[in-house]
Design a protein around this ligand. Structure first.
Ligand code: S3P
Length: 183
């Protein structure tokens, strides 16, 4: 398949616990690209944590902040010499964000795993996630988003794989696994 011309950037999507940030950091390190975590960008712009945004302003306000951060991140990376952007789990489920990414034709990679594994990883990480409430709600949210995630250019099954393995697979998909590939 064709992923357009901007091969010096990659967008990682997937549910909570998919490993977007850890794979994103490792991939950026491997390719000598910049790593941008969209959730961190939101926190910097809003000067408060994701949990505080959800608690004090609600999810719609969070989604607005997320789209604003995505827009400015995409503008920033257009002049970068290579960037990996990890989106939060809900970002690609928003039509507006999908359209922004589609227009710019950055390769979008869906990091996938069975919901049980995602839940376990979230549990192990222990990070505060406002949308990780209980097992049923987690599963339902995952199922409701799968259709959106499947619109990515690539899907990588991360089940039972290490961060290094997934990173190597993503680099290969991007055609960045050969000698001098990152230059
Ligand atoms: C969210 C996932 C989180 C963060 C926010 C909302 C979601 O990011 O953006 O809590 O809607 O799934 P991670 O996927 O990095 O946990």
């Amino acid at each position: 398949m064709s992923v357009g011309h901007r091969h010096k950037s990659a967008i990682l999507i997937g549910f909570m616990g998919a490993g977007k940030s850890s794979v994103g950091k490792a991939l950026a390190g491997l390719l000598h690209w910049q790593f941008i975590d969209l959730d961190q960008q939101i926190q910097l712009r809003e000067k408060r944590t994701i949990a505080e945004i959800f608690r004090d302003s609600g999810e719609p306000a969070f989604r607005r902040a997320e789209t604003a951060a995505l827009r400015s991140t995409l503008a920033e990376i257009s002049s970068s010499s290579g960037a990996v952007v990890a989106l939060g789990g809900g970002a690609f489920a928003q039509q507006e964000n999908q359209a922004l990414l589609r227009d710019l034709r950055y390769p979008v990679i869906f990091l996938d795993a069975p919901v049980e594994e995602l839940r376990q990883r979230c549990f192990d990480e222990g990070a505060v996630r406002p949308l990780f409430q209980n097992e049923n709600q987690f599963r339902q949210l995952y199922e409701s988003r799968r259709e959106a995630y499947m619109k990515a250019d690539f899907r990588v099954d991360t089940s039972g794989k290490t961060v290094a393995q997934v990173t190597a697979e993503v680099a290969a998909l991007l055609g960045q696994d050969g000698p001098n590939a990152s230059r």
